[in-house]
Every structure is written in structure tokens, then in C-alpha cells.
Design a protein around this ligand. Structure first.
Ligand code: IVH
Length: 683
């Protein structure tokens, strides 16, 4: 295929796929099958890998992510990104309306009411209809360029559908994580033994700042657009700009409404105060905007906020209920969390029976006592919290809460390290929730991925004393678990049910435990559950040290020297590997045949044999030397300068223009990091 043909094909595929993307995500009316879509996307990916210089800025392949941003560049906003003044009462809204009326000197104005979406504000720059940059709000004057991550959000058009009135414009809106996606993510994290995320907004903000856009692409973020801006002030009203945005393919929430006066605004508030819980996104209030843009200009701004708009915050929903008692939960790490046991009460659409009391300091701060009437609030966070105690209804003189001294699960005396608020159970080795938590982590998806086992079966096997730690899984036999009967306690109903492992399940469990022995070293390392050694850290350690033996021999300093690994992690590794019990588990796992080193052989292929490469520039995922070694390990040849014998120039950032020019003049293909990876994997 010639350069010219490739250019044509890339252009058609890009446009076609963007259109189908729109039909699928915005209109919910796909006209081609997922299979057909994927086929065409693959075709485009291949062409882009072969001709990286022809990839278009609005290519749908950006949706899948893959680009790594080491550091987000700071960009100055073309129009400042201000925030809104807040109101909390009807009276304050009437005051706002009074200011608008006086400011305009007339009562001929209308409002547009919108919902205030609880996410992260974003500014999108378009030139000639194509998305150029996505920038965070930052301090309002300048923000971070997070374009690669923004491009993975399916409802943000990479190219708009309708002609915009101006060549360059900005669309602004709110990126958010739908409640359902957030709950699913947390469920998965719970299964994987990872800490739960507090709320969708913080999760959105954290996700947008991730370096790896591929993870962002998997996070199911969405975006509502509510502002259009250009130099020519092309629209007369907020309403008509919203209509244009929707027509151009932006995701505009249909919940906005034109209101003739402040009383109609109040009706809108009343209606949404309830209905908002049914929406896919969390909302924390409404935004009232003067509809007419010239009137907005006339009213102008204060130092921080527009005078033509204001937000009204919904009251945090709260309920009063009786504190029946306090129980204490022990986490996987031994951390103790006091939990308020409440008389069930309805709050924001769900029945609340429990609320976190966080730690001993919080109990003291609230001075809460058993039998008190407490106020429970559900803010943005998933766990409801006790905000205050109703002292007027306190009966008699109940005793202050005495915090437990020993572990509710294993009776060990609790410890509280200096400077830490949390109490811990130090019985790392045999405190049941800690032991179970570690085994659950070991079998979880990102570790050994033993899908046939779940927390319930693990608990059953533990109660029947068939397993005491993760290595015991590998000595389980079919005979031991077939038809095994155990009891299961259900917290929500406070009752016990009998369960048993059927023959087919038993066979599957034994088979999948055996299969897990094939998991690579980095997963085994992650599965060990060393504090602070998450998936990425485990991968880095495995990559650097290559084997468990090397890690066992490494000093704290040597561990710190691994790129991006700090003191806290290194110290935790050293402590973990000093404990005889942990070493015993490692040697049992080793005896069972698990991988304790990376299989170097696997990495060597002849895929690149006969090909000559030049490597230039800086790479996000590899050091340059490392990349050269990969080429050589896979049969390729690396030379220092470009000649007619060169097949590929692997180009990172900051490559000199002369190299590119030379490669172009000789018709040598230029590969970016991603295309190189693809070449290595697919060829
Ligand atoms: S308009 C001049 N409309 O609220 C400010 N903002 O405090 C124009 N927000 O930073 C903002 N939903 O993150 C506007 N329908 C909506 C909104 C909205 C949420 C957020 C946005 C903004 C903050 C203002």
C-alpha cells in the first residue's frame, strides 16, 4: 500500500468509526455489529502502526488508550475557568434574583436551570471541528493538559458532527463516573482485596490524572457538556448554545429547563431534590444561569464568580436514629474500625443499619454513647457517617464508650503506633480476618486468579481447618473437599446457612488451583500480600530483580534504587521477608511449583530477525538501553545511525528533527513506542 492510499484509508476509517461510536454511545442505535466495529478498528490500528505519521488527532484508536503521560503539561486557559457562588436557601436565591434584576434594570430576563453534576470540570478546545486539547480547571487560570486521557471518554466527540459557528471554540463540562460504574469498580476492588474508593468524584479526579490512558479507558468515565465559548459570542442564549452542543454530538444532559422567573426555579429545585437519586450521576445541587448571553455580559463577574449564575446546594440528607451499639471490624491489615450499629433508617433512597465511626478519636470527638440519638448523613461518600449526637434526647447519664483493648476476633492485645489514629491487631499470623484476607487476596483476579474459589469457600475451608495459609491450597485434594459441608453466616439476616461443595465444583477447584501454578512471578509476588506492594510495584520488582532469591538477598537500599520505589515500600518488604512464617509460606509455595523467577526464555523470540532498527529519543515505558536489548533479544539488529539498510526508526519523545528528516527521505518507517510494542507482539 502506498503512502497516499494509506492516508485515504486511514481518513475514511477514522470518520466511519467515529460516526459508529457516536451512534453506539450517544444515540444508543448502533447500525453495525460489535464484531464489525472491532474488525475495522483493528484494520485502522494496523495501518496506524505501519504509518504512525499518518495517524489523525481524532483517530478512534485513542479511545482504547495506550499512550503514557509521564508529566502533564501546564496550559494557560483561553478563557478563565471560574467557580460559582453557592446558596443554601430560598431566601438566598431571592437575593440573587434581586441582584440580577437591579443589575439589568429590568425584569425581562429568563433563567436556565441545570443540575450541578458532581464530577471534575474540564475544558475542551476544538479547532476546525477537531478536539485539540482537554484541560483540567487547575487554579482557574491554568490547568493540566490531560488530552490523551480525555480522548478515551467515549461521549466526548473527537470530531464534531455539526458545523460550529466559529473555527475555534471551547466546550466545557463535567467529567464524572456513573454511579453504576463506580459501584462495579468498588465491588471488583473488594474481591481483589484492595482498599475501597470513597466516592465517584474523587475517583474521577484520580482517574483523569493517571499516567496510563489504557486504565482510564477501562474506567467508564462519562462527560456532560454545559458551556460553549468562542471569541465571537456566537449564541444569543445559553439555551441555543446547549441545543447546538447536543446537535454537534456532545453529551448534553436533557435535564435542563428554561424558567421564566425565580418561582419556576424553585419548582425545578423541588422536583429534582427527589428525582436526582434516579440519575446515573451524582448531583449536589442545581445551577441557575441567566439565559441571555448579552445580559450575562452586562452583569459580568465579581473577582471569583459570575454575577449571572449561582448554584443552589441540596441539603445533605440526614436522618436521626438510635445507636444500638458499637462493633469492631478487623481488616486484612489488622486495622480496627469501630462501626455504629443503628436502628434501621431510610436515607437517600437506602436503608442504613450501620455507619463508620472511623477510629477512637472520632468517638471521643462526637462524645457519642450507646443509646444516644445520632444524626446520620450520606454525603458523597459511600459509607454514611454520624455527624452529631442529639444531646437533648440523651436519657440518664450513659457511660462514655470504652474503646476495646483486645482484638474482637483473636483476643490479641491491640496496639496503636505513635502518630497513627488507627488501632491494630498485631496477630498477623493467626487472627482469622487477617489470615482470610490474605488468602482472598492471593486468589484474587490480579494475583493468582483462582476464580472457582471465593471468600465463602475460603472461609469454609479455613473453618474446617483444611487451610491455614495460602500455601495450604496447593496440598488440598479432591477427596478432602468433595461433599465438604460447612456453615455460612449471613450478616444481613443474622442467620447461618449450610453449604456444601458438590463434586463438579470440587473438580473445578482442584483444577484451577493446579492451573494457577502457571501464573508468572510478578503475580505470585503481588499475591503474597506484602503491605504496599500493589500490582504495579510487584511488576517493577519482578522486572528489576528477576527472581525471589534476588529480592530476598537485596538490601533496603537496593530496593529503594528500583525506579519509583520509595522507602515506605522497601521497609515493608524487608520486614515481611524477615518473618520466619512468611519465609515458610514462600518455600512451601516454591515446593508446590509456583513461579519464583521470570521466565527469561519466554521473552526471547526470533520475531525481529532480519530487521535493522535505530532507536532515538526518550520513552515512557523503557530506558533506551532496555529497548535496544529487547530488539536484540528478539533477533533484531540495532545500529547507531540511519542508512538505507535501516528498516525501522523507533522514535521516542524529543528525537532530533534531523533524524526524522533523514528517515523520511529514505522512506524508513517510524514507529512510536506503542507501534513498536505491537510489532513485537503481533508480528
Ligand atoms: S457552569 C462560571 N454548570 O460547578 C462557572 N458548572 O462551582 C460556570 N458544575 O467548576 C460553571 N455542573 O465543575 C456549570 N451545569 C453546570 C455544572 C457546573 C457542575 C461544576 C463545575 C464548576 C463548578 C462551579
Amino acid at each position: 500500500m502506498t503512502q497516499k492510499q494509506a492516508k485515504e484509508k486511514i481518513k475514511t476509517l477514522t470518520e466511519e468509526l467515529n460516526y459508529h461510536n457516536y451512534l453506539y454511545y450517544q444515540e444508543n442505535k448502533p447500525v453495525i455489529s460489535d464484531y464489525e466495529f472491532d474488525q475495522r478498528l483493528k484494520r485502522l490500528e494496523q495501518l496506524e502502526a505501519d504509518f504512525p505519521e499518518l495517524k489523525l488527532p481524532h483517530s478512534p484508536t485513542f479511545r482504547v488508550g495506550g499512550d503514557i503521560t509521564k508529566e502533564f503539561e501546564t496550559v494557560v486557559h483561553q478563557y478563565r475557568m471560574l467557580s460559582l457562588g453557592n446558596t443554601y436557601s430560598k431566601e438566598e436565591l431571592f437575593d440573587f434574583d434581586g441582584r440580577v434584576k437591579r443589575g439589568l434594570g429590568t425584569d425581562k430576563y429568563e433563567y436556565i436551570c441545570e443540575l450541578k453534576f458532581d464530577g471534575v470540570a474540564i475544558s475542551l478546545r476544538y479547532e476546525n471541528g477537531v478536539l485539540q486539547k482537554g484541560i483540567t480547571r487547575g487554579d482557574g487560570t491554568k490547568g493540566d493538559d490531560i488530552t490523551t486521557n480525555i480522548k478515551t471518554i467515549k461521549t466526548i466527540p473527537l470530531e464534531i458532527k455539526a458545523n460550529s459557528p466559529a473555527n475555534s471554540f471551547e466546550a466545557r463540562g463535567e467529567v464524572f463516573m456513573p454511579k453504576e460504574a463506580f459501584n462495579a469498580l468498588n465491588l471488583q476492588r473488594e474481591r481483589d482485596g484492595e482498599a475501597l474508593l470513597a466516592n465517584p468524584r474523587n475517583t474521577t479526579s484520580g482517574t483523569l490524572k493517571m499516567q496510563d490512558s489504557r486504565i482510564v479507558a477501562h474506567r467508564k468515565l462519562d462527560c456532560y457538556i454545559y458551556t460553549y465559548l468562542d471569541d465571537e459570542n456566537s449564541f444569543e442564549t445559553q439555551e441555543s448554545s446547549l441545543e447546538f452542543l447536543a446537535e454537534a454530538g456532545f453529551n448534553v444532559s436533557p435535564t435542563y429547563r428554561k424558567c421564566k422567573n425565580i418561582n419556576e426555579v424553585l419548582n425545578y429545585i423541588k422536583e429534582w431534590e427527589q428525582k436526582r437519586h434516579e440519575l446515573i450521576v451524582e448531583t449536589d445541587g442545581i445551577v441557575v444561569k441567566v439565559n441571555n448571553i448579552s445580559q450575562q455580559e452586562e452583569l459580568g463577574f465579581t473577582a471569583k464568580n459570575p454575577r449571572w449564575a449561582i448554584s443552589y446546594k441540596f441539603k445533605a440528607e440526614s436522618a436521626a436514629t438510635l445507636l444500638k451499639g458499637i462493633t469492631y471490624q478487623v481488616g486484612r491489615t489488622g486495622a480496627i474500625t469501630p462501626v455504629a450499629e443503628l436502628n434501621p433508617v431510610l436515607l437517600a433512597g437506602t436503608t442504613i443499619k450501620r455507619a463508620s465511626l472511623h477510629n477512637a478519636n472520632e468517638i471521643e470527638r462526637l462524645d457519642v454513647r450507646i443509646g444516644d440519638t445520632v444524626n446520620v448523613e450520606k454525603g458523597g461518600d459511600i459509607i454514611p457517617k454520624i455527624t452529631s449526637v442529639d444531646l437533648s434526647t440523651r436519657k440518664g447519664n450513659p457511660a462514655p464508650v470504652t474503646y476495646i483493648r483486645s482484638c474482637p476476633e483473636c483476643n490479641a492485645e491491640l496496639i496503636r503506633k505513635e502518630g497513627e489514629v488507627q488501632h491494630y491487631c498485631p496477630n498477623f499470623q493467626s487472627c482469622p480476618p487477617q489470615v482470610l484476607g490474605r488468602i482472598e487476596h492471593f486468589i484474587s483476579r490480579n494475583a493468582m486468579n483462582i476464580e472457582t474459589l471465593g471468600p465463602r469457600t475460603i472461609k469454609g475451608l479455613f473453618d474446617k481447618e483444611l487451610i491455614q495459609n495460602m500455601s495450604d491450597l496447593y496440598s488440598l485434594t479432591f477427596e478432602q473437599i468433595n461433599d465438604l459441608q460447612f456453615e455460612e453466616f449471613d450478616e444481613t439476616t443474622d442467620s447461618t446457612t449450610k453449604r456444601s461443595i458438590k463434586e463438579k465444583t470440587a473438580t473445578n477447584i482442584i483444577r484451577s488451583i493446579k492451573a494457577s501454578k502457571q501464573q508468572p512471578f510478578e503475580r505470585v509476588l503481588f499475591g503474597l500480600g506484602i503491605r504496599y506492594v500493589g500490582k504495579t510495584v510487584a511488576e517493577k520488582l519482578a522486572d528489576h530483580f528477576k527472581s525471589m532469591d534476588a529480592i530476598l538477598k537485596a538490601s533496603e537500599e537496593e530496593i529503594i534504587n528500583v525506579h519509583e520505589i520509595g522507602e515506605r515500600i522497601a521497609e515493608s518488604i524487608i520486614i515481611h521477608l524477615q518473618q520466619p512464617e512468611n519465609l515458610k509460606i514462600i518455600s512451601s509455595l516454591r515446593a508446590a511449583g509456583l513461579n519464583f523467577e521470570i521466565e527469561e526464555k519466554e521473552r526471547r523470540t526470533e520475531r525481529l530477525s532480519g530487521l535493522t532498527f535505530v532507536v532515538s529519543g526518550v520513552f515512557a515505558n523503557y530506558r533506551r538501553e532496555e529497548l535496544k536489548n529487547i530488539i536484540k533479544d528478539n533477533g533484531g539488529k540495532v545500529t547507531g545511525s540511519i542508512s538505507s539498510k535501516t528498516n525501522y526508526l523507533v522514535a521516542g519523545e524529543n528525537m532530533g528533527p534531523a533524524k526524522k528528516e533523514k528517515a523520511d527521505s529514505l522512506g524508513i518507517r517510524i514507529l512510536d513506542e506503542l507501534s513498536f510494542k505491537k510489532l513485537l507482539e503481533n508480528d
